[in-house]
Design a protein around this ligand. Structure first.
Ligand code: 5AD
Ligand code: SF4
Length: 444
């Protein structure tokens, strides 16, 4: 290990999904173990890592523009090391070093397990390393005592990659095939998070319900893993994301009523409401199956919050197809939705499909969809006014003055309370509601 002088500082810019947040936490602990300390801004750093996303064109542009801004820092400090890691790094590989002379490191998500070696090489002055092998297993987290202290919530990755190959999606190409982590490793990581004071864990995977691990003559599937985590003392809340509707088993639905600390919330991306488009997307379910799964969830856990991802303007999407998407949104009444314009990703099968939808049509469909969802979300939030909600208190709110927490359904609530209550579950009486937050008073 190549320990740095105590003055060396790192800065990590994280884009994309929670999986990237998790990977950045991994890198940060690794760097802390290498003698680096965190820099408050890129200007103060000796090492800058940009953890990138390539799911759509927008995050990709964001990564390039951030890198552009970092270039001027290198002019002033030629010893500055700049690395691009994550999904865009995986997709572009060595091309990035050719295009951007300021870059020293390009490391894909599966290569993070070998990041120490990359760092040693770069620090040893054989600068400029590309590492983009997709066959490696996810790393076991490096520990750094106290890293999570002060945090009430944390992510825990239980699997990497995806085998679904939805026609629009770059993820299987940049994160590789599905591989689950050994259940014992996951339990140990959860245990160490709880010891550091974490009270809510979100299990991460591109498709968590495909989790499967065999060992000691037994097989662990996702509901079984959830059951074991649910038994851990000190863990007040358990969540998971993301689930694929085609793999949402009865057993998983039953887990919500069986496991005491599993939050009544599911993120279940539907992507489109038209069967013709779902088929072109290769999603493996119909709108009828999706609606039936939603009904089964609500029958088993009536207050369950359902959130989702949806796309407009997939190649060939007609006005009628789009109407079916709006219709599905109305029928389900999602608590909230992440909505996107379809974006061509090089190497996916949708990129080669005909019938591309013009940009202005995509934009107007997205607006209509978001307007509809706003109405639904506000209505659902307002219905909570006057109710008591169980809230996990997380810390000071960004705006200051108030404390913030989240309901079991994952809605943000602001209130006034003593700082000593951070990390505890309390009942909050909801007084006001807006599109994105709730306000209330502690009631116990
Ligand atoms: N274009 C637009 N949105 C996409 N998503 C994934 N790939 C694309 C793409 N090519 C969206 C899906 C997915 C979310 C993470 O991003 O809705 O669920
Ligand atoms: Fe973006 Fe997908 Fe990679 Fe997450 S897994 S960072 S959403 S491309």
């Amino acid at each position: 290990m190549n320990h740095r002088s105590l003055s060396a500082k790192f800065y990590i810019k994280t884009m994309g999904c929670q999986m990237n947040d998790y990977d950045s936490d991994y890198l940060a602990r690794l760097l802390l173990n290498n003698g680096y300390s965190p820099a408050g801004s890129p200007e103060q750093a000796d090492l800058i890592l940009i953890n990138t996303c390539t799911v759509r064109a927008k995050p990709e542009q964001k990564a390039y523009s951030f890198l552009g801004r970092m270039s001027s820092l290198k002019e002033r400090n030629p010893d500055l090391i700049i690395g691009m890691v994550g999904c865009l790094a995986q997709m572009k590989g060595p091309e990035l070093l050719r295009r951007f002379p300021v870059l020293d490191i390009v490391v894909g998500p599966r290569e993070l397990v070998r990041f120490q070696r990359v760092l040693d090489k770069v620090q040893g002055k054989s600068r400029r390393v590309v590492a983009t092998c997709l066959d490696l297993r996810p790393p076991n987290p490096v520990s750094f005592r106290g890293y999570f202290s002060g945090r009430v919530t944390a992510n825990l990755s239980i699997m990497q990659g995806c085998n679904n190959f939805c026609s629009y999606c770059i993820v299987p190409h940049v994160r590789g095939r599905e591989v689950s982590r050994p259940h014992r490793e996951i339990l140990a990581e959860a245990g160490s998070l709880i010891r550091e004071g974490v009270r809510e864990i979100t299990l991460l995977g591109q498709n968590v319900n495909s989790y499967r691990w065999q060992g000691d003559g037994k097989t662990w599937d996702f509901p079984r893993l959830l059951g074991e985590l649910g038994e851990m003392g000190g863990l007040l809340r358990l969540r998971f994301t993301t689930s694929h509707p085609k793999d949402l088993s009865e057993d998983l639905i039953d887990s919500f009523s069986r496991i005491r600390n599993l939050c009544a919330h599911i993120h279940l991306p539907f992507q489109a409401g038209s069967n013709r488009i779902l088929k072109l997307m290769g999603r493996g379910y119909t709108r009828e199956i999706y609606l039936e799964r939603v009904q089964a969830l609500r029958k088993s856990i009536p207050p369950i919050a359902i959130t989702s991802d949806v796309m407009v303007g997939f190649p060939g999407e007609s006005e009628r197809d789009f109407e079916l998407t709006l219709d599905l949104i109305r029928r389900v009444g999602f608590d909230s939705l992440f909505s996107f314009k379809y974006s061509d990703r090089v190497g996916t099968s949708a990129e080669k499909m005909g019938g591309k939808v013009p940009e202005p049509v995509k934009a107007s469909r997205l607006k209509a969809l978001q307007d509809l969802q706003k109405e639904i979300s506000i209505k659902l939030n307002k219905a909570l006014v006057g109710t008591l909600q169980q809230v996990l208190i997380e810390g000071p709110s960004k705006k200051g003055g108030e404390i913030t927490g989240r309901t079991e359904s994952n809605k943000v609530v602001n209130f006034i309370c003593d700082q000593s209550m951070i990390g505890q579950l309390h009942k909050v009486l909801i007084k006001h509601a807006s599109l994105n937050s709730l306000w209330g008073e502690i009631a116990d």
